[in-house]
Design a protein around this ligand. Structure first.
Ligand code: ADP
Length: 442
């Protein structure tokens, strides 16, 4: 910006000279002034006017420099000097106020910008005036779609007409299912040129999903326990009544009752393991595991079942130093995977068990080890693979129950692998078999 120019000295002189000169001319014309003394007087007037104009101009220039904050000497005329110091002081105060306002505005912007929840400023038509970082991150390209939601539009209208905050629960099915709680607060009218409102969004998607999962889990667990319990109670009644004097029926029923009680026992064991593992999931395991030793110990326990199912076991065990982990939990993983391979694999089939060191794709770049259990059974249809590790999820409920499954085995495996900061990959080809591979850091 260029500095405004102080008018040149000529203009000041004309201004200062004008009145006395006109007076002199009138006096000369009226004949009341003497010619020679008038000339002297005019000369003196011109001199004084020049001096006064020079002083004024210099002082005004100084005043201008004071206002522009440039270095300068104080003005010579006392009035202009006083005016200069007053204006200089007022300017300093005004600048201080502007700086304070600027800092307050920036602080406010920064608070809004860094709020963890998405915040939007909209007008009555739902047009976005501003949005913070959380809103940009979480809504992105969906901002317009969110603002078009009829419940949110209604809340904006109500907030702006009533002047009271309004709330709305917004459900979105696509592109991803989402549940948002919106609080619309109208801004004080008069502060802005148009009616504006803030929208604060809180994402309840995860919370609601967890609530639903918890409710589903309790319902599933009670259902799983109720079935064998109902069967036990039925048999107790039969034994007390119709089968009271039938030793053969009693023997048969008692055998079924023992099976049902064992099923309840397995279920309770699995539920307890799951909750124990979940409690410790955030803590990394402290011990070290000799995987080869662990595999050999586990296989020894499975010998009778392997023989019973006439299964051939192929082992490929690399000689590896112990890896970090919890021996008991890893034993449970191996147990559940081998148990499934024998339950769902083919009779007279083949089960493979391998431990191989790996580093890099498809596994993480860090050195690791992959423990894999495979079978050549019926396999698992592709659609079921992503859900297999959910609690109580089974491909074939009847089959799982018939072979003594609880539906919790793979959920337990997944949680243990998570605790070990590992990865579980399930691959399966229908009619060919399934393979459960676990990567663990070495
Ligand atoms: P379950 O106690 O029912 O075996 P899991 O959590 O261990 O529960 O397994 C969940 C489901 O995954 C099983 O019901 C079964 O349908 C399927 N499944 C697990 N392992 C295998 C396998 N090796 N072959 C085929 N299906 C399997």
């Amino acid at each position: 910006m260029s500095e405004p120019k102080v008018p040149g000295i000529g203009r000041w002189m004309v201004l200062i000279l004008a009145v006395p000169l006109i007076g002199q001319i009138i006096m000369v014309m009226a004949g009341t002034a003497r010619g020679d003394s008038t000339l002297v007087l005019m000369g003196i007037e011109i001199l004084v006017a020049f001096l006064a104009a020079f002083l004024w101009r210099q002082d005004l220039e100084r005043l201008q420099r004071i206002l522009l904050g440039l270095p300068t000497d104080p003005p010579r005329l006392p009035e202009i000097d006083r005016l200069g110091s007053y204006l200089g002081q007022s300017k300093g105060e005004a600048q201080g106020r502007v700086a304070e306002l600027d800092a307050a505005l920036r602080a406010e912007r920064s608070i809004i910008e860094h709020l963890p929840e998405p915040l939007l400023l909209v007008n009555a038509e739902g047009g976005v005036q501003r949005l913070n970082e959380a809103a940009r991150q979480s809504l992105g390209e969906d901002t317009a779609a969110v603002l078009r939601h009829p419940l949110l539009r209604g809340a904006i209208d109500r907030a702006l007409t009533s002047g009271e905050p309004q709330a709305a629960d917004l459900l979105f099915a696509a592109p991803v299912p989402r549940e948002l709680h919106a609080t619309v607060t109208p801004l004080v009218s008069g502060l802005f040129a148009e009616s504006l409102a803030t929208i604060l969004l809180v994402d309840h998607t995860r919370e609601r999903a967890v609530e639903r999962m918890r409710a589903d889990f309790v319902a599933n667990a009670s259902h799983e326990l109720r079935t064998p319990l109902a069967s036990l109670m039925g048999f107790v009644e039969t034994l007390q009544g119709p089968a009271r004097d039938d030793p053969q029926a009693q023997e048969r029923f008692l055998e079924i009752m023992a099976q049902q009680a064992a099923r309840m026992n397995r279920l309770i064991d699995d539920l307890l393991s799951l909750s124990r593992i979940e409690l410790s999931e955030h803590q990394s395991p402290q011990g070290r595991i000799d995987l080869t030793q662990l595999v050999q110990r586990t296989i020894a326990g499975f010998e009778p079942r392997i023989r019973e199912r006439c299964v051939t076991l192929d082992l490929e065990l690399a000689d590896l130093p112990p890896v970090p982990g919890d021996v008991d939990q890893m034993a449970q993983v191996l147990n559940n995977l081998l148990d499934n391979a024998l339950k769902y694999g083919r009779e007279n089939g083949r089960v493979t068990l391998s431990i191989v060191p790996v580093e890099g794709a498809p596994w993480p770049a860090r050195p690791g080890v992959v423990l894999a259990v495979g079978d050549d059974g019926a396999g698992i249809p592709r659609a079921h693979l992503p859900r297999l590790t959910e609690r109580f999820y089974r491909v074939d409920k009847g089959r799982s129950r018939a072979v003594g499954g609880t539906g919790l085995g793979l959920a337990i495996v997944k949680h243990i692998v998570n605790r070990h900061r590992g990865q579980l990959v399930i691959t399966s080809e229908e009619g060919q078999g399934s393979r459960f591979s676990i990567w663990l850091p070495r």
